[in-house]
Design a binder for this molecule. Structure first.
Ligand SMILES: Nc1nc2c(ncn2[C@@H]2O[C@H](COP(=O)(O)OP(=O)(O)OP(=O)(O)O)[C@@H](O)[C@H]2O)c(=O)[nH]1
Ligand SMILES: [Mg+2]
Length: 457
């Protein structure tokens, strides 16, 4: 997502920086490039025009042309105006006093409503909330079952009275049960259609009237570009939408939908979905997305992911072990699992400043398949072997390779890497490589970043 737009904007900035003096023609030509880049990314043409006009008005100002760093100033204007495209509001759910708070998910067929229901439930319970899920999609066979399965996987309560096939009764029943049992959020999944039709709209209006949702979130499939936005407008007119969830931002869409939706529909983006897994939902932050787009990385999102994946207590225990030189293959496996919990490595790499473009580096890091094999190898060891890798001799290596469906070479490689890692951890005194240490560092880094951020903005 955004890759080609990102590359083109960065090229334009590079050539701006190369200019000794900024003149009107130079700025005009940069604006032309930016305009083309946005149109090619499928941003709504009216949005592009207004955007370019605003940047031009500010960039041609005397204080910019006369300043010591005109290129820098122009880049900053583009950055600010991109952030402004997303509106001022930061993502998440706006504060509401009602409890249980009802969140209604709306959108076309296949846009990601059901997946988002489970992801949002997961996110809310990580925030210490108590969400309950309910499906009102009685039309598509197995739709209710789909939500139940996802809910179970996420460890969330799903309201599903057997045999109740009236969408309104299901939604109302869930709110009643939530109130009775002390759940504070009810996430209502709804049916989707290929096209907007009156029957669906009437059903949604009836559900809305019955449960009075505080949030009506329109789930927009980022891959469908301008189409998603057109129907967002329609849903907003007929039902009322309070926020947008942009799903499938991990896909190879060009990004236009993301950049146009707020300007066209007039409601803020609340969350973005960037994968199929339960943890792949983040509150939307315009400044972070724009920084990522302009190649400035997204360190804050990365820190949040790391904090979610690392249990502080475990991290402290691990640090102790490293200090006592007891770091075992089992701990190693736990670390791998932690890394995998943070999400696909490629996604993580994309968030690091400057690394977004380094494709080779992404290839050099172990892929998901390799991590799975490493885990399989460790799983095939006995407890004794995991705690003391030195006992793993030739015949044990053969057995482990057979048990894990890998080869002796792979087992050898893993043991070699593990031995190296132990050595490294030991020399570092367990302070830098242990997640506990790095987490503290990240905490410090977050403060420093915030300070840095306030300095440059
Ligand atoms: N890559 C990716 N896939 C997603 C994301 N969100 C949803 N999907 C996938 O999109 C497909 C449709 O998702 P659903 O959640 O079933 O969509 P829905 O809106 O409930 O669909 P209907 O109930 O048929 O209207 C599924 O295969 C999901 O796994 C995302 O953020 N990234
Ligand atoms: Mg669904």
């Amino acid at each position: 997502m955004f890759e080609s737009l990102s590359a083109r904007l960065q090229d334009t900035f590079r050539s701006l920086r190369g200019e000794a003096r900024l003149t009107e023609p130079v700025i005009e030509s940069a604006l032309r490039e930016i305009r083309m880049a946005l149109l090619e990314a499928d941003v709504n043409f009216k949005v592009v025009k207004a955007f370019v006009d605003r940047v031009r008005a500010r960039a041609m100002g005397q204080e910019v042309l006369r300043s010591l760093t005109p290129a820098q100033q122009v880049i900053r204007i583009v950055r600010d105006e991109l952030v402004a495209l997303f509106g001022e509001a930061d993502g998440e759910l706006q504060p509401a006093k009602v409890s249980p708070r009802v969140v209604l998910l709306l959108g076309l067929q296949g846009c990601g409503k059901t997946t988002t229901a489970a992801k949002l439930g997961t996110w809310l319970s990580r925030q210490g909330r108590h969400p309950m899920l309910v499906s009102t999609d009685v039309r598509r066979p197995a739709a209710i079952q789909q939500l139940t399965v996802l809910g179970q996987k996420a460890g969330l309560r799903v309201f599903d009275p057997a045999g109740e096939l009236d969408p309104i009764a299901r939604a109302r029943g869930a709110v009643g049960e939530a109130r009775g049992l002390g759940f504070d959020v009810v996430i209502v999944d709804t049916a989707g259609r290929l096209h907007i039709d009156n029957e669906l709209m009437d059903e949604l209006v009836a559900i809305k009237q019955a449960v009075e949702p505080a949030d009506l979130l329109y789930v927009a499939d980022a891959m469908t570009g301008q189409d998603a936005i057109k129907s967002a407008g329609e849903f907003n007119r007929r039902i009322g939408v309070t926020g947008v969830v942009l799903s499938k931002l991990d896909g190879d869409a060009r990004g236009g939908a993301a950049l146009s939706v707020v300007a066209v529909v007039g409601v803020p983006i609340a969350f973005v979905g960037n994968g199929e897994r339960l943890g792949d939902l983040e509150p939307f932050h315009a400044d972070r997305l724009v920084s990522r787009l302009l190649g400035m990385g997204d360190v804050l999102s990365l820190i949040e992911k790391a904090e979610q994946a690392v249990d502080e207590q475990q991290a402290a225990e691990l640090q102790e072990k490293i200090l006592r030189d007891e770091f075992s293959l089992e701990d190693f496996r736990d670390q791998l699992r932690m890394i995998r919990k943070m999400g696909p490595l490629e996604q993580i790499m994309g968030m690091l400043p400057g690394l977004g473009k380094l494709k080779q580096l992404a290839q050099a890091t172990p892929d998901e398949g390799e991590l799975t094999r490493v885990e399989a190898i460790i799983n095939s060891m006995t407890g004794q072997e995991r705690h003391n890798y030195r006992v793993i001799n030739g015949s044990r290596r053969k057995r482990i390779a057979r048990g894990s469906g890998t080869s002796v070479e792979e087992v050898n490689r893993l043991l070699r890497q593990f031995a190296q890692m132990r050595k490294m951890l030991k020399t570092l005194g367990g302070l830098q490589s242990a997640p506990g240490g790095s987490l503290k560092r990240l905490g410090g880094a977050r403060g420093a970043l915030k300070r840095f951020d306030s300095l440059i903005h």
